[in-house]
Design a protein. Sequence first.
Lengths: 416, 615
Amino acid sequence: MRWMMLFIAVFWMATGPADARGAENCTVCHRVTLTGKHGGLSCLSCHGNEARPSPDPASFAGKATGCTGCHRGYEGMAGHVMATRSSERDFVQRTYGRHDPAFFAKNCGECHVRSCLDCHGGNGHRVARPHDSACLACHKGYFTGAEFAGRAPREEHGRYQRGVEFQGEPFLKMLPDVHFEKGLGCAACHDMASFLSGRKSARGCTDCHRPDRKVLEHRIAAHLEKMECYACHSAWAPQEYGTFYLRFIDSTLQNQYRLRNNDGEYVKSVYLKTQDAPPLGVNAAGRVSPVRPEFIAYFTEIRGDNVSGAENRLLAAEWRAFFPHTVRRGTPLCDGCHDNRRRFLLEKPEERIYRLREDGMSLDSFWDRTGQRMVNGSFLEEKRYREMSARTPAYTKGYVEKWKSLVNRVDSSSSR
Amino acid sequence: MPIIPNSAVIIFSMLLMLLTGCTRGTSTCESCHRGIEAASASHPSCTSCHGGNDRVKEKDASHRGMYGRNNPADPETWDKSCGTCHRYQLERVQSNLMQTNTGMIKNIQLTWEGNDPRLFATRQTGTFDGAGRPLQLAGVVELNNLSGELYRKFCSQCHVGSETSNVLAASHGSGCAACHFPYNDQGTYGGNDRTIRGKLPAAASHALAALPGNDVCFRCHNRSGRIALSYQGLYDGNNSLVPTRGGKPGPAMISGGRNVVRIAPDVHHAAGMECIDCHTSRDTMGDGYAYENMYQQTEIACEDCHGSEKSPPRFSVITRENEEPVRESKRYRMQMRPGMEMVLTAKGRPYSNVFVADGNVLLLGKKSGRVFRSKVITGTPEHTIVGHGRLECHACHSRTVVQCYGCHTRYDKTLDGMDFIKKRETPGRFSETEDYRMLYPFPLALNQRGRISPVTPGCQTFVTVVEPDGTLSRNEYVARYKGKPQLRFAPFYSHNTGTRAVGCSECHGNPAFLGFGQHVVEGGTIRGTLICEKSADKPLDGFLTMREGKVKAFSAITRENSRPLDGREVKRTLALNECLVCHDKAADPIYRKRIDYRALDDALHRRLLDGNRSR
């Protein structure tokens, strides 16, 4: 007994200042150790008053009063798109939600910021700056983030589920972003101030970099004036062509789909995923930017052994300008964009490879803009495309110079 | 006068026999198998093919002595059945690659480090090699290593010598019947004989298919190179199982749980030509010699019908009535006759359905009877570009080339797998996963003819072996090839031909066509963006890297004399872009001779490119 008392006393002292401080009675029952940034705080500095303590003081449901008491001005995070997911909600409302009002709740519940602690540290008693893994818990798959570290989503079929896993999902190894290679994390560009002000990031490319005028492409005025840096400097991006949600209600047919996550009411599949350089369009700022489908959405509902309603319904064919986080010093060559109709969704019928209509998919081609639309910008006008592909003297001169400089570097004695 | 009625009886019964097709009708076989289709008019007797006894009524007694259960064309009995009449064909088929599978087994050995200098076949075979020298092929049952296991448990399903059943759209009979008695998708008999209707495995009908349709070729050629898929405009990549069809995975399903979607078909298919309209019987059934690779057995080439850049199609005149084209065209809608000018294959033998008439090269659809006119390209500007002399036609004219990147094969000794050669389950089961599939663009390299051809992974096999105790004796292992661990690409004609060629700057301006994979260019470095898991600086979808101008190949191209392009060739290919931007027509006179790049520095070009700052 004496030993026990001694042990408790030593333990009491060792568990530190947090519990020893103030006149709080919390720790009589709650054996909690506060560490990290908040290690020196009392319980009630976050949990309110002893009479009616707040059980989850960081929750947006309670306006995160436990945090915003000190961190004034951060109340706005509850209205941030990561919490409201307004754009995803809107999309679902005008597409899948028309067929199943509960679609969003059933399929989109996972990635949703509900509390300061979702990013700022596990159980709340070890509050810290977010690590990138906190961002990547949601920013994976088709949500910008995982590609920064060189991870691309794999196809949905069982045949493609292999390789190294990250957060429980196997991925396809791709070239990572150069900033990642140099050791920069998400927070190097994204901070709380930018979130609160509604901007996507605190820093743009030109806040750190000045385009080097010695680089031929940078000497072309139109490139710098009309394009985002990342239109050329994004090496690749995850792209989904034909996103299908299949809804199964009391159907044994579901067993025939050897796809991952095939255990709920909804099963997702994608006609084609590519991980190459994405097409280009014009973003909301009027600059040429990478664009990708978000989403070319199809829907089939299967009740019992039958399809309910039309099969493979095209609910939306929407594209968005976006910033793939796959920045490299390198770029495509001239022909990667100029005179490359497919890159601007202007594919000619004779260039088509996939024959969607023959499979009942009510679009001629994913790379033909007909029947598709841009949500946050526009497709590049065909007239502008023709202009930029015209062999003007200036273009010819630049083109020859570019190839000369590359060819001059190739060592023709390289071994086989 | 008893003689007269006797003669009358004999004549009458002879007439009766003629009318009923000799023994047909009098056989006891047909009293049970009522309604069964006649194999063909020239195959009237049941017992001459099947053996057995067609005089007794009792089933067991009648079936006694039959050649096999229902397929006398199986290699076990084909010398007693088909071979008694068709000896010439049987002896060719016995050495045919589709029967021996020598090429498949050899290439699996190379990929899996079989390291056995002997050549194998599905069964022990004495034959002659391509040069006519006697050749002994060992039975693959003796190949006691991983390659043997892989062949017997995975690949041997596609072998005309053995029956494959219960595989959706890929079941087929064995021996001659594999092609000439086609199965349906389920491998069940669907004809008019009620005693066997719905039974499997069996041919869809008892009617002999003298001229096999595309569906027959599809039974096997839907994997690996997938040429039967590409030809018909089908693609099994990505395996998304969508769009659905009637609530089931779609749009159409084939073996192995794969779905196929529609892509642009081969131009020959779109025109209405079938596999056998190009491929001769010697391509498909062999010419009596045992080759080690299908490209050696295949005798046809694009140039046969379309001409080469310098010479138009060659032909020879039929002078005798027993020449092959006359005999082979017997079942065509139109027969070849002495005097006709028959176009020759690359091996110099006459086609049985391609001929010259009124200065045109015409091809007769063997089954359809349609006549197709072949466009001869000899001498046209697009085909006489100096420097393109080494290009295979399909380097430019392939619409797509199917490419499967990263083939991860697992051999698990804790599980049993069916050995289709030993016909029993033995320890060890194979399974496969994949990384990425592509159709376009596609890489080019030098093939066995020293010509520039599309290449496709062949194979990028990463081997994992699970020992009986669950430990891994090999983990994502890359086999040694030509002395070092390296992946391999194989020269390949995808059978997805287009009239429209890959554009000049599409190919010259995109290093992916040279084997660098999808990439970005940083100064003198071409950096792949789809990366091999084993190495951070190598593309998975290519075989070349360029670091500060140094071009290096890290994967091999299989087959003799094959190799990736070297630094000099890469440089030359890219240099053309300096001209191509203005001289973008094939007919341009600069392409009639070797390009002189110093011309860029002459007064005219300097004036045109005024202000050009580079050297």
